[in-house]
Write a protein that binds this ligand. Structure first.
Ligand SMILES: [Zn+2]
Ligand SMILES: [Zn+2]
Length: 98
């Protein structure tokens, strides 16, 4: 387990929070004709079996290790698999920083 994952997850969560809070800013930018960089994360067609549990159908690809994972083996909000970030580790990070 690398420590950089901690930094990565913090950034990711911060950005997710900002995304929710910035509705007003978005509106302001629209009114003022400011181009928003709409970054719709391209949904890649994932085909195959989860590379973590090797049982269920994979639905996501981890942006960190590149493995494909099913819903149960993946943090959808973070975009990373549970192999990169086990549940206990996420808990640890949350307790430390939030
Ligand atoms: Zn799985
Ligand atoms: Zn991963």
């Amino acid at each position: 387990m690398d420590d950089d994952i901690v930094e990565f997850v913090r950034e990711r969560i911060k950005r997710a929070n900002i995304g929710e809070m910035n509705e007003d800013l978005k509106k302001w930018m629209e009114e003022h004709g400011v181009e928003m960089e709409e970054k719709e994360e391209e949904e890649e067609e994932i085909e195959g079996t989860c590379e973590i549990c090797e049982v269920r159908e994979a639905k996501h690809r981890c942006i960190r290790c590149g493995k494909i994972a099913c819903n149960s083996c993946f943090w959808t909000m973070l975009g990373i698999c549970k192999e990169c970030l086990p549940e206990e580790k996420l808990k640890e990070i949350k307790e430390q920083y939030f």
